[in-house]
Design a protein around this ligand. Sequence first.
Ligand SMILES: O=C(O)CCC(=O)C(=O)O
Ligand SMILES: [Fe+2]
Length: 376
Amino acid sequence: MSKPITSTEAREMPRSPGSRKLPVVDYDNHPAYGKVLDKPTFGMRLKAIKALLPWIGVVWFKKAARFDRIPALPGYKGHIKGGFAGRFLMLRRYIPYIVKAYTDDIAGFFKGSKRFEIDPQFKKQAEEFVDTGFLVSNLDEDELTRLKELVAEPIAELRKARAEAGEQTFIGNTKFFNPGDHKELFETLAKYMRRHGMLDAASALIGRPVTVTHLLIQINDPKDAYFHNVFADVEGMADPATNYMHVDTSYDMVKAVVYLNEVGRDNGAFSYVLGSHHARPVGWEGILRRAVDRSGMSYTKRNWRQLFYSLPKGLRKKCTFGVDLEDGSEASNAMLNREFYITSDQGNMGLFANNGVHRGGITKTGERVVFFATIG
Ligand SMILES: O=C(O)CCC(=O)C(=O)O
Ligand SMILES: [Fe+2]
Protein backbone atom coordinates (compact mmCIF):
# COMPACT_ATOMS: atom_id res chain seq x y z
CA MET A 1 0.00 0.00 0.00
CA SER A 2 1.60 3.28 -1.03
CA LYS A 3 1.54 6.41 1.07
CA PRO A 4 -1.21 9.02 0.70
CA ILE A 5 -0.32 12.14 -1.28
CA THR A 6 -0.16 15.12 1.02
CA SER A 7 -1.67 18.53 0.35
CA THR A 8 1.83 19.99 -0.13
CA GLU A 9 2.58 17.39 -2.80
CA ALA A 10 -0.78 18.05 -4.44
CA ARG A 11 0.07 21.74 -4.70
CA GLU A 12 3.21 20.82 -6.63
CA MET A 13 1.40 18.71 -9.23
CA PRO A 14 2.39 19.62 -12.82
CA ARG A 15 0.43 22.26 -14.70
CA SER A 16 0.54 22.89 -18.45
CA PRO A 17 1.62 26.42 -19.36
CA GLY A 18 -1.40 27.24 -21.61
CA SER A 19 -2.78 30.75 -22.02
CA ARG A 20 -2.92 32.84 -18.86
CA LYS A 21 -5.41 35.39 -20.15
CA LEU A 22 -8.98 35.30 -21.34
CA PRO A 23 -9.47 36.81 -24.83
CA VAL A 24 -9.78 40.58 -25.21
CA VAL A 25 -12.74 41.62 -27.38
CA ASP A 26 -12.55 44.75 -29.55
CA TYR A 27 -16.06 45.99 -28.81
CA ASP A 28 -15.65 49.23 -30.79
CA ASN A 29 -15.36 47.21 -34.01
CA HIS A 30 -17.76 44.42 -33.10
CA PRO A 31 -20.74 43.93 -35.47
CA ALA A 32 -23.19 43.64 -32.56
CA TYR A 33 -21.68 46.45 -30.43
CA GLY A 34 -19.66 49.39 -31.80
CA LYS A 35 -20.90 48.92 -35.37
CA VAL A 36 -24.63 49.07 -34.51
CA LEU A 37 -25.10 50.62 -31.06
CA ASP A 38 -25.34 54.31 -30.18
CA LYS A 39 -22.12 56.05 -29.30
CA PRO A 40 -22.34 56.43 -25.52
CA THR A 41 -22.96 59.94 -24.21
CA PHE A 42 -21.60 61.13 -20.87
CA GLY A 43 -24.99 60.44 -19.27
CA MET A 44 -25.05 56.90 -20.65
CA ARG A 45 -21.59 56.24 -19.28
CA LEU A 46 -22.64 57.46 -15.87
CA LYS A 47 -25.73 55.26 -15.92
CA ALA A 48 -23.66 52.18 -16.82
CA ILE A 49 -21.12 52.83 -14.07
CA LYS A 50 -23.92 53.39 -11.57
CA ALA A 51 -25.48 50.06 -12.55
CA LEU A 52 -22.18 48.25 -12.12
CA LEU A 53 -20.87 49.74 -8.87
CA PRO A 54 -23.14 47.98 -6.35
CA TRP A 55 -22.31 44.64 -7.95
CA ILE A 56 -18.62 45.27 -7.57
CA GLY A 57 -19.42 45.62 -3.85
CA VAL A 58 -21.45 42.38 -3.77
CA VAL A 59 -18.79 40.35 -5.60
CA TRP A 60 -15.98 41.75 -3.48
CA PHE A 61 -17.90 41.02 -0.29
CA LYS A 62 -18.78 37.46 -1.36
CA LYS A 63 -15.15 36.79 -2.18
CA ALA A 64 -13.87 38.21 1.10
CA ALA A 65 -16.50 36.27 3.09
CA ARG A 66 -15.64 32.98 1.31
CA PHE A 67 -19.34 32.95 0.51
CA ASP A 68 -19.26 30.36 -2.26
CA ARG A 69 -18.07 27.70 0.17
CA ILE A 70 -21.30 27.86 2.16
CA PRO A 71 -23.39 24.73 1.61
CA ALA A 72 -27.08 24.90 0.69
CA LEU A 73 -28.86 25.52 3.98
CA PRO A 74 -31.87 23.42 5.03
CA GLY A 75 -34.89 25.00 3.36
CA TYR A 76 -32.83 26.41 0.48
CA LYS A 77 -34.82 26.36 -2.78
CA GLY A 78 -32.66 28.36 -5.18
CA HIS A 79 -30.76 31.61 -5.69
CA ILE A 80 -31.21 34.28 -3.04
CA LYS A 81 -33.80 36.80 -4.12
CA GLY A 82 -35.07 40.09 -2.73
CA GLY A 83 -32.33 42.39 -4.08
CA PHE A 84 -29.88 43.93 -1.66
CA ALA A 85 -32.29 44.00 1.30
CA GLY A 86 -33.08 40.29 0.91
CA ARG A 87 -29.41 39.48 0.69
CA PHE A 88 -28.66 41.51 3.78
CA LEU A 89 -31.37 39.72 5.81
CA MET A 90 -30.13 36.30 4.70
CA LEU A 91 -26.64 37.22 5.79
CA ARG A 92 -27.33 36.57 9.47
CA ARG A 93 -27.92 32.88 8.78
CA TYR A 94 -24.62 32.66 6.94
CA ILE A 95 -22.37 34.25 9.55
CA PRO A 96 -21.49 30.98 11.35
CA TYR A 97 -20.40 29.50 8.02
CA ILE A 98 -18.27 32.51 7.18
CA VAL A 99 -16.55 32.20 10.55
CA LYS A 100 -16.05 28.47 9.92
CA ALA A 101 -14.41 29.07 6.52
CA TYR A 102 -11.92 31.46 8.13
CA THR A 103 -11.14 29.16 11.05
CA ASP A 104 -10.74 26.22 8.62
CA ASP A 105 -8.28 28.24 6.58
CA ILE A 106 -6.28 29.24 9.62
CA ALA A 107 -6.27 25.65 10.93
CA GLY A 108 -5.39 24.41 7.42
CA PHE A 109 -2.44 26.78 7.29
CA PHE A 110 -1.01 25.23 10.46
CA LYS A 111 -1.78 21.68 9.35
CA GLY A 112 0.40 22.28 6.27
CA SER A 113 0.92 19.04 4.38
CA LYS A 114 -1.71 17.32 6.53
CA ARG A 115 -4.57 19.56 5.45
CA PHE A 116 -5.94 16.80 3.26
CA GLU A 117 -4.62 13.59 1.78
CA ILE A 118 -5.17 12.00 -1.60
CA ASP A 119 -5.57 8.27 -1.99
CA PRO A 120 -2.60 7.13 -4.12
CA GLN A 121 -4.95 5.20 -6.42
CA PHE A 122 -6.41 8.56 -7.52
CA LYS A 123 -3.09 10.35 -8.03
CA LYS A 124 -3.27 10.20 -11.83
CA GLN A 125 -6.81 11.57 -11.89
CA ALA A 126 -5.86 14.33 -9.48
CA GLU A 127 -2.90 15.30 -11.64
CA GLU A 128 -5.01 15.31 -14.77
CA PHE A 129 -7.61 17.50 -13.12
CA VAL A 130 -5.06 19.99 -11.78
CA ASP A 131 -3.53 20.17 -15.27
CA THR A 132 -6.61 20.31 -17.53
CA GLY A 133 -9.37 21.48 -15.16
CA PHE A 134 -11.53 18.60 -16.35
CA LEU A 135 -12.02 14.93 -15.51
CA VAL A 136 -14.40 12.29 -16.87
CA SER A 137 -15.63 9.25 -15.02
CA ASN A 138 -18.40 6.70 -15.35
CA LEU A 139 -20.94 5.77 -12.70
CA ASP A 140 -21.86 2.11 -13.06
CA GLU A 141 -25.42 0.90 -13.75
CA ASP A 142 -26.22 0.34 -10.05
CA GLU A 143 -24.98 3.76 -9.01
CA LEU A 144 -26.86 5.51 -11.78
CA THR A 145 -30.04 3.55 -11.04
CA ARG A 146 -29.86 4.52 -7.35
CA LEU A 147 -29.40 8.20 -8.19
CA LYS A 148 -32.31 8.07 -10.63
CA GLU A 149 -34.53 6.51 -7.97
CA LEU A 150 -33.64 9.26 -5.54
CA VAL A 151 -34.57 12.01 -8.01
CA ALA A 152 -37.51 10.40 -9.80
CA GLU A 153 -40.07 12.50 -7.92
CA PRO A 154 -38.25 15.86 -8.17
CA ILE A 155 -37.75 15.24 -11.90
CA ALA A 156 -41.47 14.63 -12.32
CA GLU A 157 -42.15 17.89 -10.43
CA LEU A 158 -39.70 19.80 -12.58
CA ARG A 159 -41.26 18.43 -15.76
CA LYS A 160 -44.67 19.53 -14.56
CA ALA A 161 -43.44 23.03 -13.64
CA ARG A 162 -41.77 23.42 -17.04
CA ALA A 163 -44.93 22.27 -18.85
CA GLU A 164 -47.05 24.76 -16.90
CA ALA A 165 -44.71 27.73 -17.38
CA GLY A 166 -45.45 29.71 -20.53
CA GLU A 167 -41.82 30.15 -21.52
CA GLN A 168 -38.71 28.11 -20.68
CA THR A 169 -36.12 30.07 -18.76
CA PHE A 170 -32.67 29.27 -17.43
CA ILE A 171 -33.95 29.22 -13.84
CA GLY A 172 -37.24 27.49 -14.76
CA ASN A 173 -35.25 24.57 -16.17
CA THR A 174 -33.67 23.82 -12.80
CA LYS A 175 -34.69 22.49 -9.42
CA PHE A 176 -32.47 22.95 -6.36
CA PHE A 177 -31.97 20.56 -3.47
CA ASN A 178 -30.70 21.08 0.04
CA PRO A 179 -29.12 18.55 2.40
CA GLY A 180 -31.97 18.98 4.90
CA ASP A 181 -34.74 17.84 2.56
CA HIS A 182 -32.58 15.47 0.45
CA LYS A 183 -29.97 14.17 2.85
CA GLU A 184 -29.67 10.75 1.22
CA LEU A 185 -29.25 12.23 -2.24
CA PHE A 186 -26.38 14.49 -1.12
CA GLU A 187 -24.69 11.65 0.76
CA THR A 188 -25.09 9.14 -2.04
CA LEU A 189 -23.67 11.46 -4.66
CA ALA A 190 -20.75 12.40 -2.39
CA LYS A 191 -20.08 8.70 -1.75
CA TYR A 192 -20.01 7.88 -5.47
CA MET A 193 -17.87 10.87 -6.28
CA ARG A 194 -15.37 9.86 -3.62
CA ARG A 195 -15.39 6.27 -4.89
CA HIS A 196 -14.50 7.51 -8.38
CA GLY A 197 -11.67 9.74 -7.17
CA MET A 198 -13.49 12.96 -7.97
CA LEU A 199 -13.45 14.44 -4.47
CA ASP A 200 -9.73 13.74 -4.15
CA ALA A 201 -9.13 15.40 -7.53
CA ALA A 202 -11.22 18.41 -6.43
CA SER A 203 -9.21 18.71 -3.19
CA ALA A 204 -5.96 18.61 -5.15
CA LEU A 205 -7.04 21.64 -7.16
CA ILE A 206 -8.67 23.78 -4.48
CA GLY A 207 -6.35 22.82 -1.69
CA ARG A 208 -8.67 21.71 1.10
CA PRO A 209 -11.02 18.87 2.03
CA VAL A 210 -14.26 19.13 0.04
CA THR A 211 -17.75 17.72 -0.23
CA VAL A 212 -20.96 18.26 -2.25
CA THR A 213 -22.27 21.68 -1.17
CA HIS A 214 -25.05 22.42 -3.67
CA LEU A 215 -27.05 20.22 -5.98
CA LEU A 216 -29.63 20.77 -8.68
CA ILE A 217 -31.27 18.95 -11.54
CA GLN A 218 -31.70 20.58 -14.91
CA ILE A 219 -33.67 19.68 -18.02
CA ASN A 220 -32.89 21.19 -21.42
CA ASP A 221 -34.54 20.78 -24.79
CA PRO A 222 -34.69 22.65 -28.12
CA LYS A 223 -37.41 24.98 -26.78
CA ASP A 224 -34.82 26.79 -24.62
CA ALA A 225 -35.09 29.91 -26.74
CA TYR A 226 -32.66 31.88 -24.56
CA PHE A 227 -29.71 30.06 -26.15
CA HIS A 228 -30.62 30.95 -29.71
CA ASN A 229 -30.71 34.04 -31.93
CA VAL A 230 -28.71 35.98 -29.40
CA PHE A 231 -28.23 39.05 -31.63
CA ALA A 232 -31.71 38.94 -33.17
CA ASP A 233 -31.76 42.75 -33.63
CA VAL A 234 -28.67 42.70 -35.87
CA GLU A 235 -29.56 41.93 -39.47
CA GLY A 236 -27.87 38.78 -40.81
CA MET A 237 -25.91 38.04 -37.62
CA ALA A 238 -25.76 34.31 -36.85
CA ASP A 239 -25.07 32.87 -33.39
CA PRO A 240 -21.29 32.57 -33.01
CA ALA A 241 -19.57 29.18 -32.81
CA THR A 242 -18.47 30.02 -29.25
CA ASN A 243 -22.00 30.97 -28.11
CA TYR A 244 -22.54 30.61 -24.33
CA MET A 245 -18.89 29.84 -23.51
CA HIS A 246 -18.27 31.34 -20.10
CA VAL A 247 -16.47 31.15 -16.79
CA ASP A 248 -18.65 31.04 -13.68
CA THR A 249 -19.07 33.97 -11.32
CA SER A 250 -18.34 31.88 -8.20
CA TYR A 251 -15.03 31.54 -6.38
CA ASP A 252 -13.28 28.77 -4.54
CA MET A 253 -15.13 25.66 -5.74
CA VAL A 254 -15.42 23.22 -8.62
CA LYS A 255 -18.49 21.59 -10.15
CA ALA A 256 -19.64 18.19 -11.32
CA VAL A 257 -22.12 17.24 -14.03
CA VAL A 258 -23.89 13.87 -14.04
CA TYR A 259 -25.91 12.73 -17.05
CA LEU A 260 -29.17 11.03 -16.14
CA ASN A 261 -30.02 10.19 -19.77
CA GLU A 262 -27.97 9.42 -22.89
CA VAL A 263 -26.24 12.62 -23.95
CA GLY A 264 -24.52 13.29 -27.26
CA ARG A 265 -23.45 16.34 -29.27
CA ASP A 266 -27.05 17.02 -30.40
CA ASN A 267 -28.71 16.99 -27.00
CA GLY A 268 -26.67 19.42 -25.01
CA ALA A 269 -23.37 17.68 -24.21
CA PHE A 270 -21.33 19.63 -21.67
CA SER A 271 -17.96 20.85 -22.90
CA TYR A 272 -14.80 22.27 -21.35
CA VAL A 273 -11.92 24.23 -22.85
CA LEU A 274 -9.03 22.14 -21.55
CA GLY A 275 -6.50 24.06 -19.45
CA SER A 276 -8.59 27.25 -19.53
CA HIS A 277 -8.75 27.40 -15.71
CA HIS A 278 -5.13 28.60 -15.85
CA ALA A 279 -6.53 31.76 -17.48
CA ARG A 280 -9.22 32.25 -14.82
CA PRO A 281 -9.86 35.90 -14.10
CA VAL A 282 -8.22 36.87 -10.82
CA GLY A 283 -7.76 40.06 -8.78
CA TRP A 284 -9.54 43.18 -10.01
CA GLU A 285 -10.31 41.66 -13.42
CA GLY A 286 -11.98 38.73 -11.69
CA ILE A 287 -14.16 41.03 -9.62
CA LEU A 288 -15.00 43.17 -12.66
CA ARG A 289 -16.02 40.28 -14.93
CA ARG A 290 -18.19 38.76 -12.20
CA ALA A 291 -19.82 42.09 -11.37
CA VAL A 292 -20.62 42.75 -15.04
CA ASP A 293 -22.30 39.35 -15.37
CA ARG A 294 -24.22 39.70 -12.13
CA SER A 295 -25.43 43.18 -13.05
CA GLY A 296 -27.20 41.74 -16.13
CA MET A 297 -24.87 43.50 -18.57
CA SER A 298 -23.82 40.21 -20.18
CA TYR A 299 -27.30 39.62 -21.56
CA THR A 300 -27.36 40.02 -25.31
CA LYS A 301 -30.67 41.89 -25.76
CA ARG A 302 -29.95 45.24 -27.36
CA ASN A 303 -30.70 47.40 -24.28
CA TRP A 304 -28.30 45.36 -22.13
CA ARG A 305 -25.60 45.46 -24.82
CA GLN A 306 -26.01 49.21 -25.04
CA LEU A 307 -25.57 49.53 -21.28
CA PHE A 308 -22.48 47.29 -21.37
CA TYR A 309 -21.05 49.20 -24.32
CA SER A 310 -21.55 52.44 -22.42
CA LEU A 311 -19.01 51.34 -19.81
CA PRO A 312 -15.55 52.86 -20.19
CA LYS A 313 -13.43 50.65 -22.46
CA GLY A 314 -11.34 49.23 -19.60
CA LEU A 315 -14.46 47.95 -17.84
CA ARG A 316 -15.92 46.13 -20.85
CA LYS A 317 -15.13 42.62 -19.68
CA LYS A 318 -17.48 39.80 -18.77
CA CYS A 319 -17.56 36.19 -17.58
CA THR A 320 -19.95 35.16 -20.37
CA PHE A 321 -17.68 36.33 -23.17
CA GLY A 322 -17.99 33.46 -25.70
CA VAL A 323 -20.97 35.04 -27.39
CA ASP A 324 -18.83 38.07 -28.29
CA LEU A 325 -16.00 36.20 -30.03
CA GLU A 326 -16.18 36.53 -33.80
CA ASP A 327 -16.07 33.31 -35.82
CA GLY A 328 -12.70 32.77 -37.44
CA SER A 329 -10.89 35.09 -35.01
CA GLU A 330 -7.78 33.88 -33.24
CA ALA A 331 -9.55 33.99 -29.87
CA SER A 332 -12.51 31.98 -31.13
CA ASN A 333 -10.26 29.34 -32.73
CA ALA A 334 -8.14 29.08 -29.59
CA MET A 335 -11.26 28.22 -27.58
CA LEU A 336 -12.76 25.81 -30.12
CA ASN A 337 -9.48 23.96 -30.69
CA ARG A 338 -9.24 22.98 -27.03
CA GLU A 339 -12.93 22.37 -26.43
CA PHE A 340 -13.63 18.86 -25.15
CA TYR A 341 -17.20 17.48 -25.19
CA ILE A 342 -18.25 14.82 -22.72
CA THR A 343 -20.73 12.44 -24.34
CA SER A 344 -22.35 9.37 -22.78
CA ASP A 345 -20.08 6.98 -24.68
CA GLN A 346 -17.10 8.43 -22.78
CA GLY A 347 -18.69 8.75 -19.38
CA ASN A 348 -21.67 10.05 -17.46
CA MET A 349 -19.88 12.16 -14.85
CA GLY A 350 -17.59 15.12 -15.38
CA LEU A 351 -15.70 17.23 -12.86
CA PHE A 352 -14.78 20.74 -13.97
CA ALA A 353 -12.93 23.75 -12.63
CA ASN A 354 -15.80 26.16 -13.18
CA ASN A 355 -13.53 29.21 -13.27
CA GLY A 356 -12.30 27.77 -16.60
CA VAL A 357 -14.23 28.13 -19.86
CA HIS A 358 -17.21 25.80 -20.39
CA ARG A 359 -20.72 25.54 -21.78
CA GLY A 360 -23.50 22.99 -22.32
CA GLY A 361 -27.21 22.43 -22.61
CA ILE A 362 -27.70 23.83 -26.11
CA THR A 363 -30.01 21.11 -27.36
CA LYS A 364 -30.88 20.54 -31.03
CA THR A 365 -32.93 17.36 -30.65
CA GLY A 366 -34.34 15.31 -27.78
CA GLU A 367 -33.58 16.48 -24.25
CA ARG A 368 -30.88 16.40 -21.61
CA VAL A 369 -31.52 15.56 -17.93
CA VAL A 370 -28.57 16.24 -15.63
CA PHE A 371 -27.33 16.91 -12.14
CA PHE A 372 -25.05 19.82 -11.43
CA ALA A 373 -23.27 19.72 -8.12
CA THR A 374 -20.96 22.28 -6.59
CA ILE A 375 -18.01 20.80 -4.74
CA GLY A 376 -16.38 22.99 -2.13
O1 LIG B 1 -25.86 23.34 -18.76
C1 LIG B 1 -24.66 23.21 -18.94
O2 LIG B 1 -24.15 22.17 -19.43
C2 LIG B 1 -23.72 24.30 -18.48
C3 LIG B 1 -23.80 24.48 -17.01
C4 LIG B 1 -22.87 25.47 -16.45
O3 LIG B 1 -22.36 26.30 -17.12
C5 LIG B 1 -22.59 25.43 -15.01
O4 LIG B 1 -23.16 24.59 -14.30
O5 LIG B 1 -21.78 26.23 -14.56
FE1 LIG C 1 -21.15 27.62 -15.89
